[in-house]
Design a protein around this ligand. Sequence first.
Ligand SMILES: NC(=O)c1ccc[n+]([C@@H]2O[C@H](COP(=O)([O-])OP(=O)(O)OC[C@H]3O[C@@H](n4cnc5c(N)ncnc54)[C@H](OP(=O)(O)O)[C@@H]3O)[C@@H](O)[C@H]2O)c1
Length: 255
Amino acid sequence: MFQAGIFKGKTALVTGGGSGIGYEIARQLLQYGAELYISSRKPERLEVAAEKLREYGPCHTFPLDIREVEQVEALAAHIKAESGELHLLVNNAGGQFPSPAEDISPKGWQAVINTNLNGTWYMAQTMAKHFFLPQQSGCIINIIVDHYRGMPGMAHTAAARAGVDNLTKSLAVEWANRKVRINSVAPGIIQSSGLEHYPPELVAQVAKTIPMKRLGTTAEVAEAVLFMALSEYITGETLYIDGGSRLWGDVWEIA
Ligand SMILES: NC(=O)c1ccc[n+]([C@@H]2O[C@H](COP(=O)([O-])OP(=O)(O)OC[C@H]3O[C@@H](n4cnc5c(N)ncnc54)[C@H](OP(=O)(O)O)[C@@H]3O)[C@@H](O)[C@H]2O)c1
């Protein structure tokens, strides 16, 4: 899809790169020549993924929880020591659970906001301060969700991701004259490891509600991420990869 070696000389970091969508983003970046870092909480999962990814190019691992600022700082210091520069951050790590809004506990709410909004912010600000702003070059891509019409049944993550969507616009303008771009990619329902947390019967009926009548693939999301990373005049945008489902069709029935 892209020119061979188009990411040669670029260093990229993909959070949640040990599984699903993040793994495929990492794989494609390596395939097109990038040096790669993948990060998430479970070191074993990262190592297994990195072993496979090294077939495509140089892949480093760094276990961390994006909610812990000191760990995010330690990752920045590690990349600085190992590679000197960072050119692309893909904020892909995240998670949520389906629940009627009235049943979300304070703990559940805080966990989802903390991961998807605060963790994403810590990563963006830290990497910008250590790399992108002093370098006067860099790109951030946030993976969010299809929150275009709200997200009944997962109000917590939609609120967090709408926050990231808005943050994308503010940072895009604040950092534009320092040649730092920031965009979001909003996947619809993607056939990926993230779906293992949902009842299979629910997933099975979801495809019928999507205008394109199928789930998306991790490859399709990754291609969109690479496109956004390469598009030098796009900033502050959100690209939906959802087969049209933001516009039509109800993913599940609301009780
Ligand atoms: N699949 C879909 O249909 C879909 C649709 C829209 C958006 N998304 C979003 O796309 C992203 C990837 O989803 P996926 O389907 O590939 O699911 P996934 O395999 O569950 O990916 C989530 C990744 O995030 C990491 N992670 C979670 N919490 C973290 C934390 N606090 N600190 C660091 N890493 C953390 C996980 O690794 P560890 O457990 O090792 O930390 C995992 O690698 C997620 O943000 C998801 O919400 C997915």
